[in-house]
Write a protein that binds this ligand. Structure first.
Ligand SMILES: Cc1cc2nc3c(=O)[nH]c(=O)nc-3n(C[C@H](O)[C@H](O)[C@H](O)COP(=O)(O)OP(=O)(O)OC[C@H]3O[C@@H](n4cnc5c(N)ncnc54)[C@H](O)[C@@H]3O)c2cc1C
Length: 481
């Protein structure tokens, strides 16, 4: 069947609510969140059920029509952006936004792939439960996108990434069959775990249609503290001390340099400096109490930070006196990406190294980068507790951004990823590979990983209709790097 005939059949199948080829309707969805990649699509398909997704995939597989799955389009690596050919279809899961079942006793929720993270938070809170994953894009990121990128965020330290929170999954595979394992099993040894293969697969081997997710009890109380420290090493020592003091309550531990704080204060309305002094580095630390036998976190945080001040590890600190102040601290942390975007062009690298090596990486490598690429400056911030930071290289002032990205930018990013590889780290800690990191992934991956990735992709999606050009580097992608 030709592509045009397939498109006609898809239009009939989905009706006006589920099919659009109107360029104006497609436009917001053909550019990635960062505005760095744009493509074209033949149509936007918006199915309302698993059956419709399965029918779409069956039709697509008969004509080799490429499908680009999309949730909230908040991904950071252009994984949901179609290529420039205009021959693929965007497959949006946003209409599959039902929260189907909340089971308070088992602490589970079953929902559609299109449910927006913030809506899930609110729905489970009504049952005194909590879905313990949050991130800056929570107002648009969907469960399908979070599963497919194995998203992280600011609570991974205590609760793990999406992989740890998925209890069951339903997905449509590239032949149109429905893989249905929504019912969680504590024990299941039937060989390869397809659920885990689909988590983080960026839509390259199937379309996630529903998920069953683990929940935790609602918070009884939390305490968010802001602490000033001299260096990433001091922040790491503070992390070790906090881990030892609060083995079951340390929920978040984030680091930011003072420059990032200044950029937030400049660009994000309603933010203010928690300490009103210019210390070099800052830590946001959250302690959470969700069981009656845990101590009150604000007393615990006050005492702990008092001791750390006496030791000289912390220069100054404040514990949020109210929930509004706690939110204000987190707002600063969550606004860094937006403030950096407003401040000017920068290369963003979401990297991880072993947790005990991250402070060393920041301190040793940042000045070397600034010396090798005159005029640039490094902003390294994020999830120190997970060994994952966002290593931003800001462009020299006044430079033409597009030319810089295309020339110096490529060299600088390659240099960052080379250094990360030397530290036995990952060039993508939580954002995925998508299109943006494909060439570098191909260049730096060890051959065994690449071989297995390509073998899995070609075995499950022999026609290459599932999100082509993403995640799995072809031999030509590696050569191009
Ligand atoms: C301000 C901001 C802060 C962020 N902070 C973080 C952070 O701290 N940690 C973090 O991990 N991420 C973060 N992100 C990135 C982003 O929110 C996540 O990558 C999120 O998981 C993407 O969800 P989405 O629904 O927008 O997916 P999309 O962007 O639409 O898609 C992401 C990928 O998943 C695929 N996909 C989407 N839905 C499906 C599906 N149903 N089935 C199969 N494949 C699918 C797409 O093809 C694409 O490859 C942030 C984003 C923003 C805007």
């Amino acid at each position: 069947m030709s592509h045009n005939e397939t498109l006609k059949q898809l239009q009939q199948l989905l009706g006006p609510k589920g099919f659009s080829a109107d360029p104006a309707e497609l436009a917001p969805w053909t550019t990635d969140w960062r505005g760095r990649y744009s493509g074209k699509a033949a149509a936007l398909l918006s199915p309302a059920s698993t059956e419709e997704v399965a029918a779409i995939v069956k039709l697509a597989s008969t004509s080799g029509l490429a499908l680009v799955p999309q949730g909230g389009n908040s991904g950071m690596v252009a994984g949901a952006t179609p290529d420039a050919s205009g021959t693929s279809c965007l497959l949006s899961l946003r209409r599959m936004n039902q929260i189907e079942k909340i089971d308070p006793a088992a602490r589970l929720v079953q929902c559609g792939a299109g449910v927006i993270l913030q809506n899930l938070h609110e729905a489970v809170a009504a049952h005194d439960l909590r879905f313990p994953l949050t991130l800056g894009g929570k107002g648009s990121a969907t469960i399908g996108g979070l599963v497919s990128t194995n998203a992280g965020g600011t609570q991974v330290l205590r609760h793990g990434t999406m992989r740890a929170l998925v209890a069951g999954l339903q997905a449509v595979l590239p032949d149109g069959s429905v893989f249905n394992e929504l019912t969680p099993l504590k024990k299941d040894n039937r060989g390869y775990d397809l659920k885990h293969l689909l988590i983080g697969a960026e839509g390259t081997i199937g379309i996630v249609t529903k998920a069953t997710l683990h929940l935790v009890p609602a918070l009884i109380e939390r305490s968010v503290a802001w602490a000033a420290v001299d260096s990433p090493t001091a922040a790491y020592q503070l992390l070790l001390a906090a881990n030892a003091a609060f083995p079951s309550m340390l929920e978040g531990f984030e680091i930011l340099p003072d420059t990032a704080l200044r950029h937030v204060l400049k660009h994000i309305p309603g933010t203010r400096d928690p300490l009103e002094t210019g210390y070099a580095w800052h830590v946001v630390m959250e302690l959470a109490k969700d069981s009656a036998d845990q101590e009150p976190p604000s007393n615990a945080a006050e005492q702990f930070l008092g001791k750390m001040l006496e030791k000289g590890l912390v220069r100054d600190a404040v514990v949020a006196a109210s929930e509004a102040q706690a939110e204000a601290f987190w707002k600063i942390r969550d606004s860094i990406a937006e403030a950096e975007r407003a401040e000017g062009p920068a290369l963003q690298h979401d990297i991880s190294v072993p947790v005990d090596a991250m402070a060393r990486f920041i301190e040793r490598e940042s000045p070397k980068f600034e010396a090798r690429y005159p005029g640039t400056s490094i902003i390294a911030f994020g999830h120190l507790g997970d060994g994952n930071i966002h290593f931003h290289v800001k462009a020299p002032k006044g430079i033409a951004a597009d030319a810089w990205y295309a020339d110096d930018g490529l060299r600088i990013s390659a240099d960052v990823y080379d250094r990360v590889t030397e530290y036995s780290g990952s060039i993508s800690a939580e954002h995925g590979i998508g299109k943006a990191k494909l060439a570098e992934f191909g260049r730096l991956s060890d051959p065994a990983r690449l071989w297995a990735l390509r073998a899995i992709k070609s075995a499950l999606d022999p026609q290459g209709i599932m999100n082509p050009g993403k995640l799995v580097p072809l031999a030509s992608d590696s050569a191009a790097a």
